[in-house]
Design a protein around this ligand. Structure first.
Ligand SMILES: [Zn+2]
Length: 198
């Protein structure tokens, strides 16, 4: 695209880094956006705000703009029960059920040795510190029913065996291969209610 200004290629490269977007879709999105100047302004301001303010909650690794996230800060939430999830979308999915009143711990992914995601790449050591220091009594593993999710559940259930906590995982209401993120609220609510001890 030598005939176009450099910033267009830069934009396409940045869009191309997002999950599920190849170079073709990235070009399509960028060219579409370039015809909407007002939207570019809005988007660039929102991105600048995000860049300036976003950080990870030092306790649960959820996204926040100020110290602890709103869930960790909320005195009504039961700090002795931690629901372990892979990412932010999963927190949103569990919150939608209104069935869980504890706090979260985001692993920042799932184990996948083939992609180089080994236990040290996830927030597992941080979880152990949290359990030791915060009077945690129950851990709920709310991970995808995928190969990576299963591997992570097995790893964590073994890893946590040395800690004085009750460990449970979501009931099998969730279809095999399903992501927490895309599981409907009714199914997820029942999977939480009927969680099984491991
Ligand atoms: Zn938090």
């Amino acid at each position: 695209m030598k005939h176009l200004p450099d910033f267009i290629q830069r934009l396409i490269n940045e869009f191309d880094k997002l999950p599920g977007i190849g170079p073709k879709t990235a070009s399509r999105l960028v060219f579409n956006l370039l015809h909407r100047k007002e939207d570019i302004k809005e988007l660039s301001e929102a991105l600048a705000d995000a860049y300036k303010n976003i950080h990870l909650c030092p306790q649960c690794y959820n996204l926040t703009d100020d110290g602890l996230c709103s869930i960790c800060r909320n005195p009504q939430r039961d700090k002795s029960t931690i629901c372990i999830v892979a990412n932010n979308q999963d927190v949103e999915a569990v919150e939608k059920t209104a069935e869980f009143n504890g706090v979260y711990h985001l692993l920042n992914g799932l184990l996948s040795p083939l992609e180089g995601i080994t236990p040290d790449k996830l927030k597992i050591k941080e979880l152990a510190d949290r359990i030791k220091n915060n009077g945690v009594t129950e851990i709920i593993l709310a991970l995808d029913q995928s190969m990576e999710g299963e591997a992570t559940t097995i790893y964590l259930s073994k890893f946590l065996q040395d800690y004085p906590v009750i460990i449970s995982q979501l009931a099998r209401g969730i279809p095999m291969g399903a992501n927490i993120e895309y599981t409907d609220e009714i199914t997820l609510t029942s999977a939480l209610k009927n969680r099984k001890k491991i």
